[in-house]
Design a binder for this molecule. Structure first.
Ligand code: ATP
Ligand code: MG
Length: 254
């Protein structure tokens, strides 16, 4: 049975998508069968994997509103063992449309149940909000992974995020676990970075991943070529960091 990991943080630009694309790529390279589900209307994960969002006839939107089984919208990526359920522009309306639908928090979960056993890992990349799309991603998940940008405001909003996760655990999905937090865009030359790390260690005792993702321009460039870092520049610091992160994730299941 595959493990569904939702990558969540309502703060924008903290590295959710970069983590989803590259963690997924390295898990696949390490012979795990991986599906990345893009439920962010910005569709950055979809385009970052080289797909032209405007050419898509259907995507996660159709799956969520039940026009289409999720199996019918999945594409292979150029990487072996790595599939994507793409976001399409129509998804922008889904947050509102879902409000009046039955079992609105369970739409993604029900979709993924049909294909869960085909994958080792299903990663869900969501939008920077705590709306219904994010709630769907939490309800569908076995575990939540929280990327946190190394910056002065790193902890801002975390209380609200953890509260939302608690609400989902209490009311919708008691089995949901917090997998942990991963620090992104770390700059070791900046003294503040060390302080942020210490503070997060206290906030997430035993739940902060050892791997720290450095700030690395190659990671920022790769999506414009539609490639994960392992194809764009696997020797970069960013590439090595995501490789070690993927190994750390796999180790949790051993
Ligand atoms: P959103 O909330 O809008 O979905 P996000 O949390 O998914 O954003 P990303 O899109 O992954 O964040 O990253 C935000 C920006 O920072 C992007 O331009 C990305 O290329 C860049 N970026 C992410 N991680 C790194 C890194 N480690 N080093 C340098 N740039 C990075
Ligand atoms: Mg994103």
């Amino acid at each position: 049975m595959g493990k569904i990991i939702s990558i969540v943080n309502q703060k924008g630009g903290v590295g959710k998508t970069t983590t989803a694309i590259n963690l997924g790529a390295y898990l696949a390279r390490l012979k795990k069968k991986v599906l990345l589900v893009d439920i962010d209307p910005q569709a950055n994960a979809t385009s970052g994997l080289g797909m032209d969002v405007n050419q898509l006839e259907k995507g996660v939107y159709e799956a969520l509103i039940n026009k289409e089984g999720i199996a019918n919208i999945i594409h292979n990526t150029k990487n072996k063992n790595y599939d994507v359920a793409p976001a399409n522009p129509a998804l922008a309306g889904a947050g509102v449309e879902l409000v009046q639908m039955e079992e609105r928090e369970w739409r993604l979960s029900k979709n993924l149940a049909d294909i869960k056993d085909k994958y080792d890992y299903i990663l869900v990349d969501g939008p920077p909000s705590l709306g219904l799309l994010t709630v769907n991603s939490l309800v569908a998940a076995d575990e939540v992974l929280i990327p946190i940008q190394s910056e002065y405001y790193a902890l801002e909003g975390l209380g609200q995020l953890l509260e939302t996760i608690n609400l989902v655990q209490d009311n919708l999905r008691p089995e949901l676990k917090i997998m942990g937090a991963v620090i992104t865009m770390f700059d070791k030359r900046n003294r503040l970075s060390g302080l942020v790390r210490d503070e997060l260690n206290q906030y997430f005792p035993n739940r902060l991943f050892h791997t720290v993702i450095p700030r690395n321009v190659r990671l920022a460039e790769a999506p414009s070529f539609g490639q994960p870092i392992l194809d764009y520049d696997k020797r970069s610091k960013g590439g090595k960091a995501y490789e070690s992160f993927a190994k750390e994730i796999i180790k949790l299941d051993k």
